[in-house]
Structures are given as C-alpha cells and as structure tokens.
Design a protein around this ligand. Structure first.
Ligand code: GRF
Length: 182
C-alpha cells in the first residue's frame, strides 16, 4: 500500500493511479493544489499538512506519518513533493522520489534549466530512495533523455515528463514486487 506526497500538479500521482498501483492516501504540504483534485477524483483519502499549522517540521512529519500509516500506507512516494523529509519520517517509511535529471547531476531546483545551462547533450529521469540529503539517496532506476538542438526548458521538460510518467510507476511496481517476495 502506497502513500503519496505531493505539492503541485500531480501528474506523477496520476501516472501511479493510472497504472493501478495501490495508492491509499495522498498528503500535500499545500492546500488547493491540482494533485489533491486528482486524489479526490480517484476516491483516494487526502489531507493537507501545512508547515505553519505545526510547531516544527518534525511535528508536521510525525502527524503526516501517523495519518499515512493510519490509512494503511507501507511505503511513500514523493511525486513532486517540495519539502525535505525529517529523519524520524524516513525511519518509519521507505520513500521513493522522482527527479528530472540523471542524478547525481543537477540535484535540487530547476534541474531542467541546470542541464540546459550546462550545455550537456543528454539529461534524464532518476527514481531514487529518499535520504536526508537533497536528491541524494540510492538510485532505483534511470533513463536518459537526449537534449536536442533548439530545445527550450519547456520542450525538454515535456519529453522528460513523459519518461517520468512511465519510469516512476515501473520502478515502484518492481520495488513492491520485491517487498512481497521478501
Ligand atoms: C516532476 O517533474 C518531478 O520530477 C519533480 O517535480 C515534478 C512534479 O510534477 N520532483 P507533478 O506534480 O507530478 O506533475
């Protein structure tokens, strides 16, 4: 059973739902985002955990972990979740993230812009486990995306997103199958 963390449009959440993966709960750090509407349309439990409603990041993550666990989540997928997770949260749940570059290249914000600015010929998508660093945990899956002559951030990101929407559900499915086997 999967809990998904979101902050924005939720196209990766949608890819997980469309792949019929067992998403049981969706938590957002922001109210009113499109990802929450996607969860609602799919009939999945959803909740908002805004940082300012809690005394600290640790307290927020603890409440979020309790809520996710209460809905049966066993692993967590960060699908465009824009906050770091605290160590106590990561002790409770293995968490998987999708990032729009070939990590360890271009971690952090605006990975697509970073790749274009660096003038590299290819970038890509990484699905990795979350640790307490920024996009630094062990890698589960990667796929290359070529950078074409005349690419803008928009045109490149469009091709990267198409890869994300296939690679993330595939990697999560493989990980869950391994959990069942063990
Ligand atoms: C994705 O590009 C993902 O790689 C990054 O944030 C974006 C989230 O998009 N971590 P969405 O909310 O899934 O549409």
């Amino acid at each position: 059973m999967i809990g998904v963390l979101v902050s924005g449009t939720g196209t990766n959440l949608q890819a997980l739902l469309d792949a019929r993966l067992p998403v049981v709960a969706v938590a957002s750090n922001k109210p009113g985002v499109q990802a929450l509407e996607r969860a609602e349309r799919a009939g999945v439990a959803r909740a908002v955990f805004e940082l300012e409603d809690f005394g600290s990041r640790e307290e927020r993550d603890l409440a979020m972990a309790e809520w996710l666990g209460g809905h049966g989540a066993e692993i967590v997928v960060c699908a465009g979740y824009m906050h770091l997770l605290t160590p106590a949260f990561l002790e409770r749940f293995a968490a998987i993230n999708v990032h729009p570059s070939l990590l360890p290249a271009f971690p952090g914000l605006d990975a697509v812009g970073q790749a274009l600015a660096a003038g590299v010929r290819e970038t890509g998508v990484t699905v990795h486990f979350v640790d307490d660093g920024v996009d630094s945990g062990p890698i589960l899956a990667q796929e290359t995306v070529a950078i074409e002559e005349g690419d803008t951030a928009e045109s490149l990101y469009q091709r990267i997103r198409a890869v994300e929407h296939r690679l993330l559900p595939d990697a999560v499915r493989v990980y869950l199958a391994g959990l069942v086997r063990s």
